[in-house]
Design a protein around this ligand. Structure first.
Ligand code: FES
Ligand code: FES
Length: 230
C-alpha cells in the first residue's frame, strides 16, 4: 500500500522501471499528442448550453409533452433526449432547480413529480406526459414561504444555497413518505407508524449532498416542521 506522502513518487518511479508490462515512454508521448489533437477538435463541439437544449429541428426526434408545472399547464415540443431538468431550466426558465452533477449523484436537481421526489437529471421529460411537477418555485413565494422554506431560513439550513432547492423539495417529500408509512433502510418497527427521527431523516436525505456541510441545520429545520426533536 502506498502512503500519500513524498515517497509515492519514488515508489511509482521504481515500479515503472521494474515492470516491463507498463507502456513505454514513447507510447505515452503518442497518447499526449493524441490528447492535444482531441482537445483542439473539442473546441468545435457544441457548448454545454447547446447540448442541454438541443434544437428540435428533426421531427423524428421531437415529441409534444404536456405537463403541469407548479399548477400551470405547459405544452412543450422537445427533443426526446431532453431531461426533465433541462426542460424545466432551459425551456420553462425555472432555474430554481439546480444542475450539480447531472449524473444522479448530488440531489441538487430534486423535484416532486406526482408526489414523489426524483432526480430530474436522470429522467427524460417525455416520460412524464400529464404529470404534476412541483419545483422550488411552486412550493412557496418570498412573501408566503412554505413551512419547510421558513424553517430552513430560521435554522440556517444553507450557506451558498446551491443545493438548497433540491434539499427543500426532498425534505418536503421525505416528511410525506414518513407520514404515508413508507419505511426506509433504518426503520426499526415496520408494524407501527414511523417517527421522523433524526436517523430517519438523515438516511432519507442521504442522496442530497451539501458541499457547505449544513446537514445538522437541515436536520433541525426538518425536525421543526415534523414536530420532532433533531
Ligand atoms: Fe441531478 Fe446531481 S444534478 S443528481
Ligand atoms: Fe452550499 Fe449546500 S448550502 S452546497
Amino acid at each position: 500500500m502506498y502512503k500519500n506522502d513524498g515517497r509515492i513518487f519514488a515508489d511509482i518511479h521504481d515500479l515503472w522501471w521494474e515492470n516491463e508490462a507498463l507502456p513505454s515512454l514513447s507510447s505515452f508521448e503518442l497518447s499526449r499528442r493524441g490528447l492535444m489533437a482531441g482537445t483542439a477538435a473539442a473546441a468545435t463541439l457544441p457548448t454545454v448550453a447547446d447540448a442541454a437544449s438541443p434544437a428540435p429541428s428533426d421531427p423524428a426526434h421531437t415529441a409534444k409533452v404536456a405537463v403541469e408545472v407548479n399548477g400551470k399547464p405547459e405544452q412543450l415540443v422537445l427533443d426526446t433526449r431532453t431531461t426533465l431538468l433541462d426542460a424545466l431550466r432551459e425551456h420553462l426558465h425555472l432555474t430554481g432547480t439546480k444542475k450539480g452533477c447531472d449524473h444522479g449523484q448530488c440531489g441538487a436537481c430534486t423535484v416532486i413529480v406526482d408526489g414523489r421526489r426524483i432526480n430530474s437529471c436522470l429522467t427524460l421529460a417525455v416520460m412524464h406526459q400529464g404529470a404534476k411537477v412541483t419545483t422550488i418555485e411552486g412550493l412557496g413565494t418570498p412573501d408566503h414561504l412554505h413551512p419547510m422554506q421558513a424553517a430552513f431560513v430560521k435554522h440556517d439550513g444553507y450557506q451558498c444555497g446551491y443545493c438548497t432547492p433540491g434539499q427543500i423539495c426532498s425534505a418536503v417529500a421525505v416528511l410525506g413518505e414518513i407520514e404515508a408509512g413508507i419505511p426506509s433502510h433504518v426503520t426499526e418497527d415496520l408494524t407501527g407508524p414511523i417517527r421522523a427521527t433524526n436517523m430517519e431523516m438523515r438516511e432519507r436525505m442521504s442522496g442530497n449532498i451539501c458541499r457547505c456541510g449544513a446537514y445538522s441545520n437541515i436536520a433541525e429545520a426538518m425536525a421543526e416542521v415534523a414536530g420532532e426533536k433533531a
